[in-house]
Design a protein around this ligand. Structure first.
Ligand SMILES: [Zn+2]
Ligand SMILES: [Zn+2]
Length: 401
């Protein structure tokens, strides 16, 4: 894949900004047989405890180079202009999923559906074939952040999370609870650097006098009202944006989107250059959103960063500031696509005709754990009656629902 966006743009479309492309393809790897550098065997997988690749034949361990030096370039984030897209984050072409690879073990031509998997076994000689070419279908990102939290640690975290909610959890959930069924999945994210200016305008109030009314039934405030304008220039390093629209659209039905966002952040600086062997034994989800489709959610996040950036500068308005207008101007962005590691335990729960999938997610790097557990409303009600603490129970229900 190279800079497709700079040539042959559809004349009907507005001209796309020039997109300097950072090539992140792992040139050292050829498609097909991905060999151990020490002994040449092809049985390679991730060793989670070290986050390194390990050859299952000779036990040699190694890692791909970190992606950061490759994509960081010369200038600082302040100098960032235009839209820079790394090669693995370029626009997705439809139906570009099938890849024919020549097995260098026996010469057979093996077809891999890259929408489903990025490695496959030659059915003739049993060599493992891996996809390292950056396909324009989102299956191969610029970088991958390997798991460093083992499955056993993830199971422990999930047990502990559910255990703390045991009291109100649905009986059937407790009965069927099998945290060992946790699945390791690489989820697609865009990691974005931004150079931004933000502007907010609103009205701030400063209290000048406060007194009781004659019968002391109410307090009266006098305040000066000011128009408040704030401008802030800032840069953001490694903002993570979810890049699977399928999951974003499911939001109304299941809350996976929110669940995953609560186990952020990831140490994206440690992500390494793509090598399909990192994915052996894990499931992965293809990116299906392009840079342009993610712009609105980026701007949304930049607006909230703008508000928090100016927050400390308006403390003199002791009766608060009401923002009435806000905008961000994005001077420059740099986009890198990345697979981030998540342990997922899912539980399908049906009650009263409505179904919901509950998830407990564990950050595959930090162990941060969050999720939802089906609640027995009746255990909740009983508990509330017993303690008289209805509010507490309701708050709890909201937390776990
Ligand atoms: Zn080896
Ligand atoms: Zn073969």
């Amino acid at each position: 894949m190279s800079a497709g966006a700079t040539t042959g743009a559809d004349p009907g479309e507005p001209a796309a900004p020039a997109e300097p492309v950072i090539n992140t393809a792992n040139e050292r790897l050829e498609d097909g047989v991905n060999r151990c550098p020490a002994c040449g065997a092809t049985e390679i997988q991730l060793r989670v405890s070290t986050s390194m690749l390990i050859c299952l034949f000779c036990r040699h361990e190694w890692a791909e180079a970190t992606i950061e030096p490759l994509v960081s370039g010369e200038g600082t984030l302040r100098d960032l202009t235009g839209t820079t897209v790394a090669s693995g984050a370029s626009d997705i072409a439809a139906d570009a999923g099938m890849l024919t690879m020549k097995c260098s073990g026996c010469g057979a031509e093996v077809v891999v559906n890259t929408s489903e998997a990025t490695s496959s076994r030659c059915h003739w000689c049993r060599h493992v074939l891996t996809v390292n070419e950056q396909m324009p279908n989102g299956a191969v990102p610029d970088a991958v952040l390997p798991f460093s939290l083992t499955r056993d640690q993830a199971v422990e975290n999930i047990k502990e999370f559910a255990g703390r909610r045991r009291r109100f959890a649905h009986r059937r959930f407790l009965r069927e609870f099998t945290p060992e069924n946790v699945i390791g999945a690489y989820l697609p994210y865009m990691v974005v650097d931004c150079n931004v200016s933000g502007d907010v305008q609103g009205v701030g109030e400063v209290e000048t006098r406060r007194f009781g009314s004659r019968d002391d039934s109410e307090t009266v405030y006098n305040a000066d009202v000011y128009r408040v304008d704030r401008h802030v220039d800032f840069t953001v390093d490694d903002l993570t944006l979810e890049s699977s629209t399928e999951r974003a659209n499911m939001r109304a039905f299941v809350n996976t989107n929110n669940v995953i966002n609560t186990i952020l952040p990831f140490d994206t600086k440690n992500a390494v250059q793509w090598n399909a062997s990192y994915l052996v034994g894990y499931s992965s989800e293809r990116r299906d959103a392009d840079v342009s489709a993610l712009m609105p959610s980026l701007e949304h996040q930049l607006l909230s960063i703008t508000r928090s950036e100016v927050y400390s500068s308006v403390s003199q308005y002791d009766r608060g500031v009401r923002w009435e207008a806000e905008k961000v101007e994005v001077h420059g962005t740099k986009w890198v696509s990345m697979y981030l590691p998540v342990w997922l335990y899912s539980y399908y729960h049906e009650e009263g005709g409505s179904a919901m999938v509950h998830y407990i997610a564990v950050n595959g790097r930090t162990g941060e754990t969050m999720g939802s557990v089906p609640v027995s409303h009746w255990r909740l009600a009983l508990a509330a009656l017993a303690t008289g603490s209805v509010v507490e129970a309701i708050v709890f229900a909201l937390l776990v629902a």
